[in-house]
Design a protein around this ligand. Structure first.
Ligand code: TXA
Ligand code: MG
Length: 362
């Protein structure tokens, strides 16, 4: 693996220059991990079936799970869709408003896309990432880039280059290091139908944001919230985003969250369980108010202002850190899943926690 460092704030010419070699590698069948505004992606030329198959092998990804294709400009869309396909009004509005950005839209797949990008389905997910590094890299590659998150399947997604290296160093040709991802949680995956738009995976663009721009109802795939259901995005059916430690989430009323956490960590005499090595993620003011102390490698004390966004940004990184610290259990102060970015974060937590999510106090 070769690693190249880029500064996302560099001007376009400098970015293009630093990314020439990884771009060339992509075009010629290489595997290149790169930062986007959501998480790091593991990219391959979307027209090259052999290269795309290498992604599945490197990640140990189930082969029925389709990949998102990343583009740098709207012109790139032409080569991906059937030549006679015309964008509908809703699609146009979504693209105008949210591209570049964390929104993946499903389109009918054109004939040149490598079959393994959309195994057994007629639709392909496409997004134009917001991150300048990602777009400069795709422009250098001169091909659309198929990329899942750059983690081994089932592990938390990577939001730093070190996270990628930890999982995939032996399997990739280039690692583009552009620092931490700004959003920390993956893109929203959206299926646009005639009468409604269906969120297959909640993500960076929220239901409220989508609903404010299009005039058909925006609904969630109902299987998303049904543990026994078969979600429309195959990726949502796997135990996913999960660290080695057990994750437990409480949300609702603050005092009740504290009581539940305390009851979990202490025995009936108020002593810590000897076998337990807890880690905790919560707002900083909550931790100090209730005098909860934890060694720093098992502590995620987040700024209370805009806690949901902070939780989204740092969740995966913290889960990885807690695994390195050999935490047995991760206790999370959850957020309301009905609003904003909270839906995406709580969806990932629900999966990491395998259902151990409890509403308390109301
Ligand atoms: O933010 C993101 O979307 C990141 C960055 C790298 O762009 N990518 C990402 O890819 O999260 P991945 O492969 O980890 O997740 C893609 C999700 C999976 O749940 C997959 O099943 C769903 O999108 N998906 C992709 N193409 C689909 C299709 N044609 N039909 C249904 N679901 C699809
Ligand atoms: Mg993933």
């Amino acid at each position: 693996m070769r690693r190249c460092f880029v500064n996302p704030n560099d001007d376009p010419d400098a970015l293009a220059k630093s990314l020439a070699d990884p771009g060339m590698s992509l075009r010629q069948g290489g595997l290149v991990a790169f930062p986007t505004e959501t998480v790091y992606g593991l990219g391959a030329n979307a027209f090259d079936e052999t290269a795309v198959c290498r992604i599945f092998a490197a990640k140990r990804r189930p082969v029925d799970n389709p990949l998102i294709v990343h583009i740098a400009s709207l012109n790139d869309l032409d080569g991906l869709l059937p030549s006679d396909y015309r964008l509908g009004g809703t699609e146009r509005r979504l693209i105008d408003q949210f591209w570049p950005g964390p929104l993946t839209i499903l389109f009918p797949a054109g004939e040149h896309i490598a079959p393994s990008v959309h195994p057994g389905r007629d639709l392909v997910g496409v997004r134009m990432p917001q991150g300048a590094v990602a777009r400069a890299l795709i422009a250098q590659a001169q091909v659309p880039v198929a990329a899942p998150s750059a983690n081994v399947s089932g592990k938390p997604s990577p939001t730093t280059a070190d996270d990628v290296a930890e999982d995939l160093a032996e399997h990739i040709d280039w690692l583009v290091d552009g620092g931490e991802c700004a959003l920390g949680v993956e893109s929203t995956v959206l299926l646009v139908e005639e009468e409604r738009a269906v969120i297959l995976r909640p993500g960076g663009v929220t239901q409220e944001m989508l609903a404010s721009v299009i005039d058909i109802p925006v609904v969630f795939d109902r299987h998303l919230f049904d543990p026994a259901g078969a979600p429309l995005a195959p990726g949502m059916k796997y135990r996913h985003y999960a660290p080695d430690a057990k994750v437990h989430v409480w949300w609702g009323e603050e005092e009740a969250i504290y009581a539940a956490m305390r009851e979990f960590m202490l025995d009936e005499d108020g002593r810590p369980w000897p076998q337990m090595r807890p880690a905790i993620i919560a707002p900083r003011d909550f931790l100090s108010r209730y005098e909860i102390h934890m060694p720093s490698d098992r502590l995620g004390a987040l700024p209370p202002d805009d806690y949901s966004a902070e939780l989204a940004r740092s969740l995966y990184q913290l889960l990885r850190r807690f695994d390195r610290a050999e935490a047995t259990d991760v206790l999370v102060y959850g957020v309301d899943p009905a609003h904003g970015i909270g839906t995406a974060v709580m969806n990932r937590l629900q999966k990491a926690a395998e259902g151990r999510v409890v509403l308390v106090g109301y």
